[in-house]
Design a protein around this ligand. Structure first.
Ligand SMILES: NC(=O)c1ccc[n+]([C@@H]2O[C@H](COP(=O)([O-])OP(=O)(O)OC[C@H]3O[C@@H](n4cnc5c(N)ncnc54)[C@H](O)[C@@H]3O)[C@@H](O)[C@H]2O)c1
Ligand SMILES: O=C(O)C1=N[C@H](C(=O)O)CCC1
Length: 240
């Protein structure tokens, strides 16, 4: 496949390597300063675009791809207030859009485990909280993964209706503590505490390979499908 990379930073470079190992061609590496190269590409030059850029850039990048008729896989976090607009644009234009806050298979299994644990803990008198730890270069907080985990937990817990970023807190919210340390690729801990004990589940990424592989596999899956998709569509063969 001919893949266009939008955002050529840590993720763009890791995705490039994995895509080439899997036999794909990279037809453009778009970052700040060379957008003219993207504008020179026609609808037929790109089978799929993979977008990992920055919170302030994702909306326009994805819009550009959809209008150009390129299927687009995005993993950028910190812009999801505008996701509904992108979904509308995609449907109006007959486009193909795939989004995941985290492309790692392990994290997507962890999302399911998180919801199962939340169902078990519902009404048992425990207080839920979450910690996410990432590298010091990360621009957004909380992480997109933490938001997805919080949404899953809230959906399964009667007395919770929202998440809050620490130090904010309220009785109807799960609090997310965001820590930034060195080069940590991504750690998420969901914790339930009572007077007598604590139950925790954690996912620790050792590097960016899992995120990048998941994005490339999603890019292989998307072309030819019309609409808005996510990891649950890709992984629907993994039963609960
Ligand atoms: N969904 C996932 O699985 C997953 C995994 C890792 C990272 N991420 C997210 O992906 C994004 C990128 O992560 P990263 O670690 O590669 O960051 P990075 O800072 O290393 O790279 C981002 C690149 O995007 C470029 N950029 C900024 N504005 C741009 C624009 N308008 N057009 C094109 N490029 C632009 C930057 O110059 C930079 O080179 C972040 O939002 C991060 O949270 C998601
Ligand atoms: O390195 C990052 O930035 C990451 N961002 C995603 C998030 O915000 O959840 C996924 C993990 C790595």
């Amino acid at each position: 496949m001919n893949i266009l990379l939008l955002g050529y930073g840590k993720m763009g470079k890791t995705i490039e390597r994995i895509a080439m190992e899997r036999g794909h061609q990279i037809v453009g590496r778009i970052d700040l300063g060379n957008r003219d190269e993207m504008e020179a590409l026609g609808a037929q030059d790109v089978d799929v675009a993979i977008e990992f850029s920055a919170p302030e850039a994702a909306y326009l990048n994805i819009t550009y791809c959809i209008k150009k008729g390129w299927p687009v896989v995005s993993g950028t976090t910190g812009w999801l207030d505008h996701k509904a607009e992108i979904e509308d644009l995609c449907k109006t234009n007959g486009g193909s859009f795939f989004y995941a806050s985290n492309y790692s298979i392990g994290v997507n299994l962890f999302f399911r485990l998180n919801k199962q644990l939340a169902r078990l803990m519902n009404g048992q008198g425990y207080k839920a909280s979450m910690t996410e730890i990432h590298h010091i270069h990360k621009l957004d907080a909380p992480s997109g993964t933490a938001i997805t985990l919080a949404e899953g937990l809230v959906a399964e817990t009667d007395h919770l209706s929202q998440w809050k970023l620490a130090p904010e807190q309220s009785d109807d919210a799960i609090t997310i503590l965001s820590e930034r340390e060195g080069e940590v690729p991504g750690t998420h801990i969901v914790k339930y505490t009572s007077e007598v004990d604590t139950i925790e589940i954690a996912h620790t990424a050792h590097n960016r390979e899992g995120f990048a592989l998941g994005a490339v596999v999603s890019a292989e899956w998307l072309p030819g499908k019309k609409g808005v998709f996510g990891m649950e569509d890709l992984l629907s063969h993994l039963d609960d």
